[in-house]
Write a protein of this length. Sequence first.
Length: 387
Amino acid sequence: MQTHPALARLGTESAFSVLARAADLQAQGRDIINLGIGQPDFPTPDNIVEAGIRALRDGHHGYTPARGILPLREAVAADIHARRGVEVSPDRILVMPGGKPTMFFAITMFGQPGAEIIYPDPGFPIYRSMVEYSGATPVPVSPREEDSFGYRAADILSRLTPRTRLLILNSPNNPTGGVMTREETNALVAGLEDRPDVAILSDEIYSRMLHGGREHVSLLGYPSLADRLIVLDGWSKTYAMTGWRLGYSVWPEALVDSAERLCVNCHSCVNAATQYAGIEALTGPQDAVDTMMRAFDGRRRLIVDLLNALPGVRCPDPGGAFYVFPNIEGTGLDGRTLQTRLLEEAGVAAIAGASFGETATGNIRFSYANSEDNIREAMGRMRELLA
Ligand code: PLP
């Protein structure tokens, strides 16, 4: 067989291999605390599950429009208006099977040999993987630990060249938890006004997950970007719905028909019952989300304190998502070694910083989507390992 050489350039997400190894160890009877996985440890709220079941009982078994059912796109538009204060026509919203396909579509729309795509490093590994796959040149940009991993506009703008075609942003960020401030976002947008040829993919999947008084500044709030901005968001994290595979994206008018065509070519539509569950999530009671966010906030403070008390570990207090990204260089171990030893010797799953980019070999990501008791136990085991 002769396959396309781009296949060899596809990367992956090591969270899935750590998860598989943790499951193997568990099957052998080992007690594993999973701080590796990027999904809430809460169940999907009952009202949402019931809405999905009801939709199946009501006979929603068939294809839907590729863009997604209109009531769901209207609910997304209303939610964007309520939370971000911006009017977006449902015609520019596409319902997607999770957050990832929007990356796939946006990056393949702009990526080609000779093009440059700026992406966050450390960042969600699929950005770089897809940029490489497309044949474009990946151009990493890093946040600073001293800013609690918030990006500075000047650092991003300095990466622009005449060949830049797409800028990928992600705030709050995976894996650092960093949040870009309003001031830096304003400065970034002002700089981008001189470059109307650069498209932007803003991954806002953690837009509802903010802590310690941080605010989410959506790029949808900047009219000067509207004709070249793609926004990715979804239900996976906010509503503990990772396995339902439900996300959405907002597209500029000039791209939405091409994006819809990619949906038709790729997956036809998102499964119908899931879309009805998505309406209930957005329009039904939000108290389960509030409860989950309060729990994450308490766990964040706990894990940051426990990590900072460990020898050789330095952990900024992140403003968003449910991750911490301590610097562990002072332990004498690099992130990959610590990842392996934590899992194999201490039974704690975490993900090495290098899995999220070349700049983060001295970091490790812990997800605090786990109970306070388990977080305490895991940090105790890490203390023993480091001793
Ligand atoms: N974007 C970021 C930054 C993420 O961390 C994730 C999942 O971890 C996704 C997108 C993908 O979300 P989904 O599971 O809905 O595809």
